[in-house]
Each structure stands twice: as structure tokens, then as C-alpha cells.
Design a protein around this ligand. Sequence first.
Ligand SMILES: Cc1cc2nc3c(=O)[nH]c(=O)nc-3n(C[C@H](O)[C@H](O)[C@H](O)COP(=O)(O)OP(=O)(O)OC[C@H]3O[C@@H](n4cnc5c(N)ncnc54)[C@H](O)[C@@H]3O)c2cc1C
Length: 388
Amino acid sequence: MTRKEFVKVLGLLGIYSPLNHVFGKGNRPEPSRFSGNVLIIGAGAAGLTSGFLLKQRGIEFRILEATSQYGGRMSVNRSFADFPIALGAEWLSSNTIRFEPLADSKKVLSEIQTVGYLPDEEYEIWDRGKLIRGSFQSFNDRKFVNSSWLEVFERYVLSSIKESIVYETPIHSIDFSGDKIVVKSPAGEYTADRVIVTAPLSLLQNGSIRFTPSLPEKKTEVMNETLVWDGFKAFFEFEKKFYPSFVDYLIQPETDGQVSLYDAAWGQKSTKNVLGLFSVGRPATRYGDLADEVFKEEILKEFDDIFAGQASRYYLKHMTQHWSKEPFAQGAYVSDYTERGVFKYLRAPVEDKLFFAGDAYTDGYDWGNVHNAIQSAAHSVNQILLNN
Ligand SMILES: Cc1cc2nc3c(=O)[nH]c(=O)nc-3n(C[C@H](O)[C@H](O)[C@H](O)COP(=O)(O)OP(=O)(O)OC[C@H]3O[C@@H](n4cnc5c(N)ncnc54)[C@H](O)[C@@H]3O)c2cc1C
């Protein structure tokens, strides 16, 4: 059973809530025995969550972010359409929505609207030249209405930690051989008692951050063998809507990745017709490696095949986002077909000094989405607080 099927089954049984086992109902943080300072590498979902939880416990911390922005793979374009376009994380990957430990779920849901697909939603499969009607029955993901994952963090997390984020500080080495951990970037040097690394796995695979001493052999071996999928998204504005809510391409072998076309304006308060293209794995690299003009020509031909010539007729504009070209992401997320067992090595702390949090450093129950980036951050912070 693949991860997707596993999550789907749990969703159908109504028992899947990604944060339940970390911050279950009524769970209170244990008293902390830790009194040092913490450096967090990266200001994406995991880094921001880590900072937020440390702040609540009165622990000294700083978030060192390579770029000039927070959010990482939750980034949003606010100018292409009349609703925010999610360039990375877009759906709430759960049928049971919980925003703890960031905020009270009821409060968030009273302030930020979300919407779920109906079982009889227009859903088609593009199978070697034919559009086939499919069933949306078990698709539990929801969408934000004119909002985004990034806005959740902006509303409920950032105000308490924004002064602690240091931008344009790409970390290239972490020396944990001494009593204090020394973290270096061209922008400066920092020391800490604990470090939480939230840089995406691809950056650790290609040695962008050098560790002294080296990370344990087994961890390094598993890190290097784990497949991180490329990611590519594109958005097209058309004069007229001629596409269903969702079209999944049939990809063979399925382990190669995924291509989905979707009505990006679905559920939004919008006057625009925006079609989204989501792709991960090999197809993402194929699309992303094309020069923009060539991509536009080829993709409109592809859409014309699917939608009987209507794409080129009604095309207005498009934009693209290729995640392997982002220097501090270098990919989308760990392949859906990864063996669950590898995650215990990916997230294992080293010498109780280095902790790993983010969508690749999870409990193996799920990975590759914001929910479990949050959850893994909560786990790392708990470990630091409990193991002094
Ligand atoms: C195309 C695509 C679609 C997706 N769709 C969804 C979806 O619908 N729903 C969903 O829940 N999830 C989705 N995801 C996954 C989701 O975006 C991620 O799981 C989540 O945002 C990961 O958060 P993170 O904090 O682990 O990593 P990131 O968001 O990558 O944050 C890491 C941060 O570390 C910084 N950094 C990296 N290297 C360094 C360094 N050396 N020094 C300092 N800082 C560094 C980066 O700049 C970044 O800000 C999607 C991802 C992609 C790419």
C-alpha cells in the first residue's frame, strides 16, 4: 500500500488527523528541563512552528533564513489573479482540520474559510488520448477560500516571532564537535546549545550544509538514497472556463510522479478563470526544463488535445514555478512511494544536539505536506525541552 492509499483509507474511516498524536485533545506541554539557546535553520512551516513553540516556553532562539522571505514552500503570488495563488502548498491535506499547536482550530476556521470538494465533483482522468470520467469519492483535501497556508502563519504565528528571524543568512556549516554548536553563513557566525535543521532534504543531499563531525553513516546513507521529487506548477488565465474541477493524467509507471490540472479558482471569490497545473517527479522536470515560450507552445497544444482546441482560443496569460530551480528548496518533496521505514533515520537527532524538523523528517506516518512539517517541528521542540 502506498502512502496515498494508506492516508485515503484512514480518511475514509474518519480517523486521520495528522496532528492528533502530537498535540492530542487536552495535551499540555511537559515542564521543560532545558535552559539553553536554540538556532533554527530555515523559516518555512517547520522553522516558524519551532520558533513559535520555543517562544511560548520562554526559550531563547533565532531563526536563520537563507532568503529574504519567510514561508519557504508555502510561498504565494498575490498579483496574478484576484485570489492568492499558492506556488507550493495549496490544499489542506486532511479531512479533519486541526491547526493546533499554531492556533485554536475553531478560531482559525471562524476567521479563515476552507472548502471541500463534493463526491460528485467534475473529475476526469486523461488516459493516453482519452478523457474518462472518474470518481472523486475519496479525495479528502480541502482548499482555503481566498487565503493560504502562508496566511495561517501570518495571522497566528508571525507576530510573536518576527523579531527573531534573521534573513539572508544561508547556513553553510554546522560544527557540533564542541560544547557549543557553531553555525556559519557568509553573513555571520552564531553559537547555540541546540540546532533545529529545517532545510529541505535536497540541500542536505547535495552537501549545501557541511556538518562537523559528519552525520552518522546510516543517516547519511538513507538521506542520499531517498528520492526527492521535482515540483513544477503553472497557472493559466483563460477568457472562459472550459475545464472540469480536476483532471489527473494517468502516469505510467505511477512512481514517476503526478500531473493534475485543476480549476485553481474553484471555491474562490473570483471573477477569473484560472487553470492550475500541478506536477511532481519526472513530468515536473520535463515541463520545468523547457524555455518559457516553448513551454507555452507545448502546453497549449497538450491542453488543446484534452479540451478540443479551447486552450489556445481562450488563453490570456500564464506563470510558472519550478521548485528544483529554487536554490533553497531544490525540489518539491520526498516521493509518495518512499518506504516508511526510512523516516526514522531522516529525523533522528544527532547527539541530542542537532534536531531535524520539516516535511522530510517525520514519523513516517505521512510526509511532504505542511501538516507534518508542523508536526515534526512540535516533535523536535518536545525532544529538546524534555532531554535538556
Ligand atoms: C509544488 C508543491 C505543491 C505542494 N502542495 C502541497 C499542498 O497542497 N498541501 C500541503 O500541505 N503541502 C504541499 N506541499 C508541500 C509543502 O509545501 C511542504 O511540505 C512544506 O511547506 C515544507 O515546510 P518545511 O518547513 O519543511 O520546508 P520549507 O518550506 O522548504 O522551509 C525551509 C526553509 O529553509 C530555508 N533554507 C534552506 N536552506 C537553508 C540554509 N542553508 N540556511 C538557511 N535557511 C535555509 C528555505 O529558504 C526555507 O525558507 C507542496 C510542495 C510543492 C513544492
